[in-house]
Each structure stands twice: as C-alpha cells, then as structure tokens.
Design a protein around this ligand. Structure first.
Ligand SMILES: C[S@@+](CC[C@H](N)C(=O)[O-])C[C@H]1O[C@@H](n2cnc3c(N)ncnc32)[C@H](O)[C@@H]1O
Length: 379
C-alpha cells in the first residue's frame, strides 16, 4: 500500500505531466501540502444515482487515501450540516462544502497571477486545502481566508495549523470581504457569485485582480478574471474551461415554490429549446432571465420567476418545431430567445468570448467588446 507522501508525489507528477504545474513554486506547494490532513473523510457520488446520492468515505475505509490523491472534488458537507460521519449508507442532499479538485485549485491560483509577497483574500476556506497551498506559496502572513460556516471554518483552522501554516482565518460572510486585512493585491473566490460584491472592489487596490465564478439561479457558470480599475470599478474577461462552484450562501436562489403551470399565450419558438442544455447556451439564457430559474430538459424547458409568478414552457410539435407558452408580466422566453439569437449572430462563442464591466452604472456582461450584446447582472 502506498504512503500519503508517495500518493502525493504521484499526483504532483501527474499534474506536472498535464501541464497544470508548470510553475516550480506551485509544484513545491502541491508537493508540500498534505491533502489528507484537510479532507480526512468525504463523500463520493454514487454512480448513476438520480437524484445524486453521496456515499461517505470514512477513516479505515478501503481506498480512502487513494481517493484523496485522485484529482477529484471531495464533497465534505451536504445541506449545510451533514458531515460524512453523520451518514449511514448513502445520502441525498446538496453539496455545501468541498475540497475542490487539486488541478483546478492550482490552476486558479496561477490564473490569479498571485506572487510571493502579494496580499491575497480568499473567499470560501472550505477544508483549508487551497488556503494552505496559498500560504505555502505566497507567505502565510499575506493570506486571509473567509469562511461563512463556523464548523467548517473551525475544522479548516485546526488542519491549517497542524500543517504548520498560520494565515488569517475569518468566520463571516465573505461577500463583505475583510477590510481589516486589506488592501489586497488579489482576491480569489472558491464559491460562485451572482454579481461582484461591492466591498471586494474597495478592498482590492486599483490594478489588483479578482478571480471569481459568476453564476445565477439557473446554475450556469463563467469564471472571470477582473482587474480593479478604480474604487468600485473593474473590468475583465471570462476564461476558458468549464468551472463551477457552489453558490455563495447569500447569493443562492430562494426556495422553489410549488410550480403550477397555468395556461398562457402560445406561439412557435424561434429557437430549439435544447440549446438551454448547452454549457454556454444556458449561460446566455441565465443572463437574459436572471431572476428566473431554468428547469426542465431538452425540448421541454420550463422557466419560472418566483417573484412575479411569470413562467414559460416549451414543447415539441408533432410536425417539427416547438411551441412556447408564456404567462405573467415577464415574457421570459422572449428575453431568452433574443439573447440566444444575439449570441449566435456573434458566432456563439464559449464564455471566454464574453467580458464584464463594473462601474457606477452597474455590472454588465457582454459578448466580444463592450459595445457587443450586453446584459445587466442583477445587483
Ligand atoms: C468549494 S468550497 C471551498 C473549497 C476550498 N477552497 C478548498 O479547497 O477546500 C466553498 C466554500 O465556500 C463557503 N461559502 C459559501 N458561501 C460563503 C460566503 N458567503 N462567505 C464565505 N464562504 C462561503 C462554503 O461554506 C464552502 O466551504
């Protein structure tokens, strides 16, 4: 049986071979930080379960260490309170804390352009694994990490201390940042946000960078790197890849109301509704209808806006094409259809073809350039 050190060295070799650890300083951090100290127990998804079920992996279980040193995300909490040791057999729930897969953590630290000596604010300490990597590479006195869940934060603090690091750890809502530790050169969020919290823009110095994943109530995602251009202002581009993170707790969608699909105004849909199952198609639809939740699948999409009771639903016609039925003050499908058409007219790029501008007029996501098709984020 391999030791943790051997498994860690093998993971570092694999990530280096994959090009994730081109920077020797980050390679040294990955080689030094023992992931097993941060994720002693975890959940793994039960293959082919629907709804997704999670099976606990506990101390003494076969394959526990090998799982820790696989490049995979390890869920450590469900529904805001369930730990692996609370569960017998498998459990169904929503992941609320995890240790993100090492390749993504390390890639994001590098995308952030964080250098030794930079002051960095991390939002979402989670297990503390990414915090410890940052502390190793950047100097522990330069790293501040905020976690909203006191129990998760306390466990992370123990693990970080035991691993020999002492960054500043804060329990609180990371959306408020942590002004006492600033100004920061870099801010990295490992939970996703609906819009950029204004405190971040005032705590990161002009010229500093913010790396964060934008999401919405339909759970489409785009990872963006922004440069702070002045107090309260920033601009940036979305990055390649398919990154998703659990939503920052205050930005999560409201509990779903029971859905009653009433009759409404029907017309032919000008777009194939299956585009909402596409990674970027869903992102565009979410930008176009930010207060709605997209549910349904394939040709039978349903959009529901709980605040106004507006909804839209699509269905295939027996002779080809689709019918959309809309009801309520918001014509959700009209919004989505226009956005998808505009996106296609601009070549239907992946999120990396999008950018974001934040200034006194709000937060805008656009395609191509600032004068391309633009949507306001719901701040
Ligand atoms: C994906 S996990 C973090 C992964 C972590 N960086 C690691 O590598 O172990 C996201 C974390 O963000 C935390 N979180 C959610 N909302 C937050 C908020 N508003 N402020 C701070 N932390 C938050 C969650 O409790 C969870 O622990």
């Amino acid at each position: 049986m391999s030791t943790p050190a051997e498994l860690r060295a093998a993971l570092v070799d694999r990530l280096t071979g994959d090009g994730v650890l081109a920077d020797p300083a980050w390679r040294a951090a990955a080689a030094a930080v023992p992931r097993e100290a941060f994720v002693p127990e975890y959940f793994l998804t039960v293959p082919a379960s629907a709804p997704t079920a999670y099976a606990p992996v506990l101390h003494g279980d076969p394959g526990r260490l090998e799982g820790i040193y696989r490049d995979q995300t390890l869920v450590t909490q469900l529904d805001g309170h369930l730990s692996p040791s609370d569960v017998q057999g498998a459990a169904v729930g929503a992941p609320s804390s995890s240790s993100t897969l090492p390749s993504l953590v390390l890639e994001m630290w590098q995308q952030l352009g964080a250098e030794a000596g930079h002051r960095v604010l991390e939002i979402g300490t989670g297990t503390g694994y990414s915090t410890a990597l940052g502390a190793h590479r950047l100097g522990e006195h330069n790293v501040v990490s905020v976690e909203v869940d006191p129990g998760i934060g306390a466990r992370a603090a123990e693990a970080i201390k035991a691993a020999g690091y002492s960054p500043t750890l804060v329990i609180g809502d990371g959306l408020a940042g942590y002004a006492d530790g600033g100004p920061y050169d870099r801010l990295i969020a490992t939970c996703s946000i609906r819009y950029l919290p204004l405190p971040w823009l005032h705590q990161v110095r002009p010229g500093g960078k913010i790396l964060a994943t934008f999401t919405g109530w339909s759970f489409a995602f785009g990872l963006a790197l922004l440069t702070v251009t002045g107090p309260g202002c920033a601009s940036g581009r979305f990055l390649p890849g398919h990154v998703n993170f659990m939503v920052a707790r205050p930005h999560d969608r409201p509990p779903r109301q029971p859905i009653t699909l009433l009759s409404g105004d029907a017309r032919p849909s000008e777009i194939d509704p299956t585009i909402l199952s596409d990674w970027t198609g869903k992102w565009v639809a979410q930008l176009a209808a930010p207060s709605a939740e997209i549910i349904g699948a394939g040709e039978q999409q349903i959009l529901v806006d709980s605040a106004t009771g507006s909804h839209a639903r699509t269905a295939p016609n027996s002779d080809g094409g689709w019918t959309v039925t809309q009801r309520g003050p918001l014509r959700l499908w009209d919004q989505v259809e226009a956005a998808i058409q505009a996106w296609r007219q601009h070549g239907a790029p992946h999120q990396q073809g999008f950018g974001i501008t934040i200034d006194g007029d709000g937060q805008r996501v656009w395609i191509g350039t600032e004068d391309g098709p633009t949507w306001n984020l719901p701040i």
